[in-house]
Design a protein around this ligand. Structure first.
Ligand code: CIR
Length: 252
């Protein structure tokens, strides 16, 4: 069970962040509202929310998930893979050091937390444009020293592993078709998303609830089989910046 969620407000320069999306120009007014609703939801679910101010000169810094990997035992501070994001992690470290032992990824290793999927007591680390093999192996070695099993997965298309696969509890993964036959996922039940609903792969299991992006009815119906309350949130402006529900917080 998670007690805390670490989040950061999007800043007025958030639209200068990295994006490949063709979803249009994002609105600052709207992303602030959507972020407020996200924070309120975390609070309603009983989490203590640590809300940081925007980080000047780092327009992507509200995607805090990419700056650390937190387990019950340790917080691993990453080196984000995008040059423009390297430095976001320095303001996260002192916050997490109040709660966990700190370990660090070192260059030339890079890791984005969005590539790190914890499913039960196993970790899957995506190798992507952001997370390199060196970074994945550094992280794997740290996780192994705390007793975790880990594997790497090639992410291929898509920003991060968790843009396409997430663990929703009940030994179940929600994922896009590309990942459905991966041997590494053989022991899991799977909710495979329709082409039109792939964005719903970024569904967040938070204690005894699921938070999913609004507007994916087939995915929602399948997720209802998990048997926990489902909260839908509109994150349209976050999607325009290639982000989703998981990247807006670190849960621990
Ligand atoms: C980026 O390209 O780094 C940001 N605009 C989006 C990061 C999203 N993070 C995530 O999915 N964990």
């Amino acid at each position: 069970m998670f007690t805390y969620a670490l989040t950061r407000k999007p800043g007025p320069d958030f639209s200068k962040g990295l994006t490949t999306s063709l979803l249009g120009t994002p609105s600052y007014t709207l992303i602030k509202k959507q972020h407020d609703a996200y924070v309120e939801t975390l609070e309603k679910l009983g989490l203590e929310v640590i809300l940081l101010d925007p980080q000047p000169d780092y327009p992507d810094a509200y995607f805090v998930e990419d700056t650390a990997v937190v387990t019950p035992e340790v917080a691993v501070i990453t080196v984000p893979g995008a040059i423009s994001r390297q430095g976001e992690q320095t303001s996260i470290e002192p916050v997490l050091s109040r709660f966990r032992n700190i370990e660090k990824i070192q260059l030339p290793g890079t890791v984005d937390g969005g590539d790190v999927l914890m499913a039960g007591d196993r970790f899957f680390i995506g190798i992507s444009d952001r997370t390199n093999t060196e970074g994945a192996h550094q992280l794997g070695a740290i996780l192994e020293s705390y007793g975790y099993v880990w594997d790497t997965i090639s992410v291929g298309a898509g920003l991060h592993l968790k843009s396409s696969v997430n663990f929703v509890g009940k030994n179940t993964l929600i994922l896009t078709k590309v990942f459905q036959n991966l041997n590494l996922f053989d022991s899991f039940d799977k909710i495979v998303l329709r082409e039109k609903e792939t964005y719903a792969a970024n569904t967040l299991r938070l204690n005894d609830s699921l938070i999913m992006p609004k507007g994916y009815p087939t995915a929602k119906e399948k997720l209802s089989g998990i048997g926990v309350p489902i909260i839908e949130l509109d994150v349209s402006e976050v999607a325009k910046m290639d982000g989703g529900l998981t990247c807006l917080s670190l849960r621990f």
